[in-house]
Design a protein around this ligand. Structure first.
Ligand SMILES: NC(=O)c1ccc[n+]([C@@H]2O[C@H](COP(=O)([O-])OP(=O)(O)OC[C@H]3O[C@@H](n4cnc5c(N)ncnc54)[C@H](OP(=O)(O)O)[C@@H]3O)[C@@H](O)[C@H]2O)c1
Length: 307
């Protein structure tokens, strides 16, 4: 039985998959903590949930600043937690478009990995027995993923957290000038985080979720704006026929099941493609790399917030 007073935090709940999940969970009667970096956008999602009789609270902070995120926990709702969905994410082929985080880290690694590392470090203790943590990864982490390679998203090489955090200064042979490589490495890192988190906290279940290629979100912002409606419409037509493509509303149903369906209980770490348990890439299964990522990301976060 899920504690009816326990809340679910969804990061990046102002757009795309996170917003779909927040609305779906709110409509299902769960208390949702709606994270966003923009006040107006987070308030709007909270308003939509409340309008339909649901319960929601905003949690507003920009993940590009670890110190601000650390401080924001002073205002984090003091509710018991049933779950956390670590969902906020960015991608850019040209890393300069995203710039650096407030602490000088590569933005993709800072938002997708380091901010969530801090959240997991701060909140995991508060997740109740039988709770769920979902870390959103991507099929791009896997060299065998044909759609990612077709879309020219580079397969990740594991180069370590320090190089990913300081990607602009990495040796040229690591090829980190390619923003897609930074993204796929961040998504491999998300699986490492999920695996080590499960080892540390066996009282709740941890899932690394590949949500599928979703054409109806705002993730790919580099397509010229006049082309976006056309590509989204085309993508919606193609989606039902391509196994690794999904609409965000479909993935939101999978997320709700992972959070609420007791059949998923006590299974331990699982990598899911939608609602199907699969094996992640061989590198993602390497315990030494996962341990290294967790240790190094924790050290980077701790040193950043103590400055
Ligand atoms: N779309 C896909 O095909 C796909 C495939 C595989 C995995 N994923 C993963 O799915 C997750 C959700 O992505 P999406 O497709 O739904 O994209 P999206 O529509 O762009 O949503 C991303 C969310 O992250 C938030 N965010 C970005 N930068 C942030 C920052 N500095 N601080 C705080 N929040 C920030 C965004 O806030 P704003 O609303 O303020 O921008 C937004 O709420 C990501 O982790 C992504 O890597 C997506």
């Amino acid at each position: 039985m899920i504690n009816p007073d326990a809340a679910v935090l969804i990061t990046g709940a102002t757009s795309g998959l996170g917003k779909e999940c927040a609305l779906a969970l709110g409509a299902a009667g769960r208390t949702v903590i709606v994270h966003g970096r923009r006040h107006d956008a987070a308030d709007e999602v909270v308003k939509q949930i409340r309008k339909k009789g649901g319960t929601a609270l905003p949690f507003v902070v920009d993940f590009s600043d670890l110190k601000a995120l650390d401080k924001a926990f002073q205002n984090f709702p003091s509710l018991p937690l049933h779950g956390v969905m670590a969902n906020a994410g960015v991608i850019s082929r040209r890393p300069k478009v995203l710039g650096l985080s407030a602490q000088g880290y590569d933005m993709t690694f800072a938002v997708n990995v380091l901010a969530h590392q801090l959240i997991l470090m701060k909140l995991s203790d508060r997740v109740l027995e039988g709770g769920r943590i979902i870390i959103v990864t991507s099929g791009v982490h896997d060299p065998r993923n044909r759609l990612s390679r077709f879309a020219r998203i580079s397969e990740p090489k594991w180069v370590g957290a320090q190089h990913l955090a300081h990607a602009d200064e990495a040796p040229p042979e690591l090829d980190l000038s390619n923003g897609f490589l930074r993204y796929s490495a961040s998504k491999l890192s998300n699986i490492f985080q999920a695996r080590i988190l499960q080892e540390k906290f066996p009282h709740f279940d941890v899932f690394a979720l590949n949500p599928g290629f979703m054409v109806d979100t705002d993730l790919i912002h580099e397509v010229p704006s006049f082309l976006r409606p056309f590509l989204k419409s085309l993508g919606r037509i193609i989606t039902p026929f391509v196994k690794s493509m999904r609409l965000s509303s479909t993935t939101a149903k999978d997320v709700r099941s992972l959070l609420e369906n007791l059949d998923w209980k006590n299974g331990g770490f699982a990598y899911l493609d939608g609602n199907i348990i699969e094996s992640p890439s061989p590198n993602a299964l390497r315990h030494d790399l996962a341990t290294e990522l967790w240790k190094d990301a924790s050290e980077i976060v701790e040193s950043s917030i103590s400055l």
